[in-house]
Ligand binder design. Structure first.
Ligand SMILES: C[S@@+](CC[C@H](N)C(=O)[O-])C[C@H]1O[C@@H](n2cnc3c(N)ncnc32)[C@H](O)[C@@H]1O
Length: 332
C-alpha cells in the first residue's frame, strides 16, 4: 500500500499563509543554522528557539520526517489491513508530523494526543492544529515520564524523537511508550548506524517486555546484522519551491534515509512478513541479486531472468518490500 509522501494540502496551505508574513531570506538563514545544529547531533531544545525556528523546521525538515513516517505506517497498514487504530499517542510530536501521517493512513482515527516539551513547537502545533489536525489534544510533557494520558492507545508513534533522548533515559522512554500502548508501537528514527544500534537496544527491551516485533523484521529473535552493516530504508520526496529555497538546493527531490520498528502487544499481534528486502536489488546481466532479511537470517539470493515466473514479480519489488516464501529462487 503506497501513500503520498507529500504532507497533507491543509498543512501546506496553512504553512504557506504563515510564510507569507515572513521574509524568506530570514527563514533561509534560520534554516542554515538549525540544520547545522541538528546535523551536529544537537537536540530540538538547542536548535528550535522560537516560533520562527519552528516554522523553518516545518518547511525544510518536516517534509522528510513526514515522508519517512507515512512510509513506515503504510508498511504497517500493508501488513495488517484489519488494524484500524482510532486513538493515537504521538510522542515527541513536534508539529504533529506522525499524527498527520497516521490520519492519512487510517482516516477513521478520531483521537490524537500530541506530547512534546518544546514550547515553540507546541505553540506552532496549536496554531496549525485547527487547520490540519482538528480536535487533537496537544500536551506539554516529557516523553520519558509522561503525565497521565488516560487509557492506553491503539497506536503509539515516536517519529525522529527518541534519537534526541540521552542514553541514560532511553530505557525509561521505551518503557513509558510501551506502557501507553494497547496495540502497536511504531518507532521511526534517522537511518544512521547510531540510530539503528539504539533501535536494536529498544527492540531487545521491548521483546523482553513481551512485545512481538511485527515490522520490518521477520521475527522477534535478536537482529542478525553485524556492524558496520545496519538496517535502514529510503524514501524519495519531492521538494517544493520554498523547500528548495530554504535549503539552497536545486534538486527537485531528496532521499530520506530512516530506520523503523513496529512492536505489537501479544493480544493485537501482527504477523511479520516472511522476508524483507534490505537494500535496492543489484542488477546483474542475468538477473537480480537481492539481500533479504528472512526468518533464517540474512540471505543473498539471485533471481535469474530466465526464471520468468519468479523474475516478473520480483523485479517490481524494491528496497523495504516484503518478500513471500517461494518468491525468490534458490540461495547462492
Ligand atoms: C526532530 S523533532 C521530530 C518531531 C516530529 N515527531 C517529526 O517527526 O517531525 C524531535 C521532537 O522530539 C521532542 N522531544 C525530544 N525530547 C523530548 C522529551 N524528553 N519529551 C518530549 N518531547 C521530546 C522535541 O521537542 C521535538 O519536537
Amino acid at each position: 500500500m503506497r501513500f503520498s509522501t507529500a504532507p497533507p494540502p491543509e498543512l501546506t496551505a496553512a504553512l504557506a499563509r504563515l510564510l507569507d508574513e515572513r521574509s524568506r531570506r530570514a527563514l533561509a538563514e534560520r534554516t542554515t543554522r538549525i540544520s547545522a545544529l541538528y546535523r551536529a547531533g544537537r537536540t530540538t531544545a538547542q536548535a528550535i528557539l522560537d516560533e520562527d525556528d519552528a516554522l523553518a523546521y516545518a518547511l525544510y525538515r518536516l517534509p522528510a520526517t513526514y515522508a519517512a513516517t507515512i512510509h513506515a505506517l503504510g508498511r504497517l497498514a500493508e501488513r495488517a489491513p484489519d488494524f484500524a487504530p482510532r486513538r493515537m499517542l504521538d510522542l515527541g510530536a513536534g508539529l504533529g508530523t506522525a499524527s498527520l501521517a497516521a490520519r492519512e493512513v487510517w482516516p477513521q482515527m478520531d483521537e490524537n494526543v500530541l506530547l512534546d516539551r518544546s514550547a515553540p513547537f507546541l505553540a506552532l502545533a496549536r496554531r496549525l492544529a485547527g487547520e490540519s489536525l482538528a480536535e487533537a489534544r496537544i500536551i506539554a510533557g516529557d516523553l520519558a515520564a509522561p503525565p497521565d494520558l488516560g487509557p492506553a492507545f491503539d497506536l503509539v508513534v515516536a517519529s525522529y524523537a527518541l534519537t534526541e533522548i540521552a542514553e541514560e533515559k532511553l530505557d525509561a522512554a521505551v518503557d513509558a511508550a510501551w506502557s501507553r500502548c494497547a496495540g502497536a508501537l511504531a518507532l521511526v528514527e534517522p537511518g544512521t548506524p547510531r540510530d539503528h544500534a539504539r533501535l536494536m537496544r529498544m527492540r531487545a527491551r521491548l521483546v523482553a517486555a513481551g512485545a512481538h516485533v511485527s515490522l520490518p523484521c521477520p521475527h522477534s529473535a535478536p537482529c542478525p546484522l553485524e556492524a558496520p552493516d545496519w538496517c535502514h530504508f529510503s524514501v524519495r520526496l519531492a521538494r517544493s519551491r520554498d523547500h528548495k529555497l530554504l535549503k539552497g538546493a536545486d534538486a527537485p527531490f531528496e532521499d530520506e534515509k530512516f530506520a523503523y520498528l513496529v512492536a505489537t502487544r501479544a493480544e493485537a499481534s501482527i504477523e511479520p512478513a516472511p522476508a524483507r528486502m534490505l537494500a535496492r536489488p543489484e542488477v546483474l546481466k542475468h538477473g537480480l541479486r537481492i539481500k533479504l532479511c528472512a526468518a533464517a537470517g540474512i540471505e543473498e539470493v539471485t533471481v535469474l531472468k530466465r526464471d520468468k515466473q519468479k523474475f516478473g514479480p520480483i523485479k517490481k519489488k524494491d528496497w523495504g518490500d516484503e518478500v513471500a516464501a517461494g518468491e525468490t529462487s534458490a540461495r547462492e
